[in-house]
Structure formats: C-alpha cells, structure tokens
Design a protein around this ligand. Sequence first.
Ligand code: DHB
Length: 309
Amino acid sequence: KLTSSLAGVTFANPLLNAAGVHCATPTELDEVLASAAGGVVTKSATLAPRDGNVRPRFQALPLGSINSMGLPNQGFDAYLAYACAHQQAATAPVILSLAGLSLADDLAMLRRVQESDFTGLVELNLSCPNVPGKPQVAYDFAAVTRVLDQAFQFFTKRLGIKLPPYLDLAQFDALAAILNRYPLAYVNAINSLGNGLVIDPLTERPVIRPKGGFGGIGGAYVKPTALANVRAWRQRLNPTIGIIGTGGVRTGTDVFEHLLCGADLVQVGTALATEGPAIFARLTRELTAVMATKGYQTLADFRGKLQVR
Ligand code: DHB
C-alpha cells in the first residue's frame, strides 16, 4: 500500500513529476496522469506565456542534467484551466506551480487562484535559477518573508513553496524560523543546484547556450544534497508542514531514501526527462520490492525513520 497524503490531499502513491519536466502542455500533463504517477505538477507558470531561453537549453549528462530553460510556459490561464478541469475527474491530484517574475506577479496569480474554483495544492516556486537578471527569491530571506506575509493576507487555499538547495545548516535554522510562522501546506526540496557549468572539452564550449552555459544541475549529482535538505527541513519545520522530496530520484531505492528522510511525496525530474512517464510504473514496482524485502507494509512504517548512529 503506497498511499500518501499531503495537507489533506490523498495520492495513490507518492510519485510525481518534478515541476518543469513533462508538464508544459496538456498532452504532457495527460501523459503523466495516464501513467502510474500518483499525481502531476504543472510547469511553473508566469502571468504571460513565454518562449524561454535560446536552445540548446537542456542537456542530459552521465550523472544527471543541466538546464537553463528560462520558464518557457503557456501562461497562467492555461495551467489554471487545466488544473480546474482535472480536479474532479482526475484519478490523481494536480498541483499548480506558479513562478511570477516579480512579487506583484506572484500575488496577482495567487489572487486569481483564490478567486477560482481550484481547491487543490498550489506550489509557489521561489527558486527558479534561470531567468537572466532575476535572482532566486529563496536565497533572500527578507524577500521570502515579504511574499509569504502578503500572500497569506488573502490566500486561504493550500499553498506550498519550492525551495533551492541550501548548503549551510545556519540557513535552515534561519529560514525555518520564518517558515514556521505561516500556515504552509508543504515545502518542496530541492530545485536544481543553480548555476553549474558543464563543458564539452572537444568543442571547448559549454553544453547549453543561455547565460554563458550556466544552468541548474539535477540528477545523481544532487542526490546527497537533496536528501540532506529533506532531512534538515523535516527536523526543523512544524509537523503540519508536509515535505516533497525532489532530487536525484532514478530508482525505487532513491524514492525509499527520500521517504526515510521524511518526504511525504517524491518527485522525479532528470530521470523522467530521460526515460519518460513509463518511469513511474518502474519506480512503484521497485519501491514495492524494497518495502517487501524489509517487511514494510505502508510508507508510514518507515517515513522519517532514518536510523542515525
Ligand atoms: C526553470 C527552471 C527552474 O529550476 C525553475 O524552478 C523554474 C523554471 C526554467 O528554466 O524554466
């Protein structure tokens, strides 16, 4: 039994796509919903549609990926419409991801969601590393405080946030003290490890074009960082705040490790980009096998129960 719930929303299993991967068009979203995934997250929306950065802007690598997509998306209206249309009939919940280019845009989209019929989970992405000239909100704790203060003035639906990796424990302490003041539904850790540089030594060029080759790193490169962030948040956040674990998930064992660190749901980015939505059937099968070997019947049997020595 793989069911899991987050902020009162029940998922048949804990697996979803990571925002940005296989979720930009209705067709891609339908394909995730038709797969063995427990739910789907929509591509982070901006108020207006965007083409994104120049290509090549994604490259799969032996141990993961680098991307600088630049928020190509069909615009807020398209994703809100999709989320509303699929919230009744859906066998799996839809999470609506939002990434405004400014505080005003974030608040404008949240107001529209508040006024809409959508009752599901909303994920405010505070960690896009790839829009030239736009620093990541989540590395500026005063900016995080501003957006959450203003959002919770009017937003009464279920709101989670997507965070980037943090690398110093003092950052978790400081940000947890802020986040614990708000009725957050969940924290999603981690977004890509921002602004890496991957070079092809033959051509002596970066493997992606935008931003001089700088881009967000995902996959196996970031798995230890992702697990540490999930664990660090679970140790510090109010128990009412759920956690989505994202980063370096390619096998059922990777899913198991995120759950051990305290994740309620687990998202798949780079490996979904490489393997396609069929990965969700493989991961559920592999996770079920890991649990059977260990004699675990439900996720609650081991969630958050990392054995520390
Ligand atoms: C993009 C990348 C991200 O990591 C993110 O959180 C949002 C958008 C992008 O480049 O499109």
